[in-house]
Design a binder for this molecule. Structure first.
Ligand SMILES: Cc1cc2nc3c(=O)[nH]c(=O)nc-3n(C[C@H](O)[C@H](O)[C@H](O)COP(=O)(O)OP(=O)(O)OC[C@H]3O[C@@H](n4cnc5c(N)ncnc54)[C@H](O)[C@@H]3O)c2cc1C
Length: 324
């Protein structure tokens, strides 16, 4: 199916509430520009009460698919809800949150609708022909691709913190309860275990102390925890510390979280392009590295050439004194 020439609004879906609200902020801007409706979709069980919040953040209409079968994310079930909605209402644009579940969901939806899907758009705009244009980091962080659509619906996925969450307004919208008719899932969810992650979202952190392979032992994370607590921040890392050494469960960068803190302190981190792709929007970057040629110094606002095992405690002491 190609729905060319249809223009029935912009839709937003993410199972992550924060991300849905961020997308609604951008979606509202685009909808106003295109003089069209902004609609949101909620899928789950006992979720009807959440619709009013999405309206406050910009949704004109909220479609709610509420069923015990949808209490947990199940790809086939969620896909059939979105597919049936799209077939019946012919949206112009569908924005899906770039979460672990959202990305494959958007790709499968695009395949079923025989349309395109641009993943991980950090910027979205509308061109002079009214087409959605997405910008995404590509070639390992070395280039930015601008992609326009030639079929509809135009499906893009959006990572967390790509857009700011708008201020909620006292506005109302229309709630549409969906008749749920899903296909029998082809897979069965046997068990779901929560991933052990830090309770706060790293994307929300105002300050981040991050470490790389310069950190020699897992227990030395305590050094970073101390510095982070002084700057009221969170601790994160480069990908090898999470994926190879398993000292963390998440990392920052091209394939990890994209962050925008006011302060990013990179300790023993080389700063190759794949890491920098996730931190380039930080306000102030401080780098601590014993190699004066390390690429992290090219993007750092402040650089300290030295051993992190000496610099981090000294920095912590200096900050403590300052704050007394
Ligand atoms: C497709 C793809 C996606 C990727 N995505 C990501 C991503 O999202 N995020 C990410 O981080 N990486 C990612 N990577 C991996 C990336 O290419 C690098 O391998 C990784 O970022 C390097 O991590 P690092 O800086 O910790 O380690 P290294 O590059 O080994 O750097 C360690 C640094 O520590 C310094 N150092 C050592 N000891 C000390 C000390 N005592 N005091 C001070 N400094 C010291 C060294 O001088 C060096 O600069 C990706 C790779 C690929 C191929």
């Amino acid at each position: 199916m190609s729905l060319l020439n249809e223009n029935k609004g912009i839709w937003v879906y993410s199972e992550s509430r924060d991300l849905a609200l961020e997308m609604l902020g951008k979606g509202r801007e685009l909808a106003d520009q295109m003089k069209t409706q902004l609609n949101a979709i909620i899928i789950g069980h006992d979720v009807q009460g959440e619709a009013s919040e999405l309206m406050k953040y910009g949704a004109d209409k909220v479609y709610v698919a509420d069923d015990p079968l949808m209490a947990r994310f199940q790809s086939d079930v969620y896909l059939s809800v979105l597919y049936n909605l799209a077939i019946n209402h012919k949206p112009n644009i569908i924005l899906v949150g770039s979460t672990k579940n959202g990305k494959p969901l958007a790709a499968r939806l695009a395949t079923r609708l025989e349309t395109g899907c641009v993943p991980d758009c950090n910027r979205l705009s509308v061109d002079e022909n009214g087409r959605l244009v997405g910008e995404r980091i590509t070639y390992g962080g070395n280039a930015i691709a601008r992609v326009a659509f030639i079929t509809k619906p135009q499906i893009a996925t959006v990572p967390a913190r790509a857009f700011e969450k708008p201020e909620p307004q006292s506005r109302q919208g229309q709630l549409v309860k969906l008749e749920v008719k899903t296909e029998t899932p082809k897979t069965e969810l046997v068990e779901a275990k929560p991933l052990q992650t830090s309770s706060a979202r790293i994307e929300e952190a105002e300050a981040i102390v991050s470490c790389g392979r310069g950190l020699a032992r897992k227990e030395d994370k305590a050094l970073l925890d101390e510095l982070a607590s002084i700057v009221h921040g969170q601790v994160s890392c480069s990908r090898p510390l999470a994926e190879d050494r398993k000292w963390f469960t998440e990392w920052v960068g091209l394939s990890g979280h994209k962050v925008k803190p006011k302060l990013y302190i990179a300790c023993g981190l080389s700063g190759v392009i794949q890491h920098v792709a996730g931190i380039r929007d930080s306000k102030v970057i401080v780098a601590i590295n014993k190699d004066p040629e390390a690429p992290i110094f090219e993007i750092a606002d402040y650089g300290v050439v030295g051993d992190l095992y000496e610099i981090v405690p000294a920095l912590k002491d200096a900050l403590e004194k300052m704050m007394r």
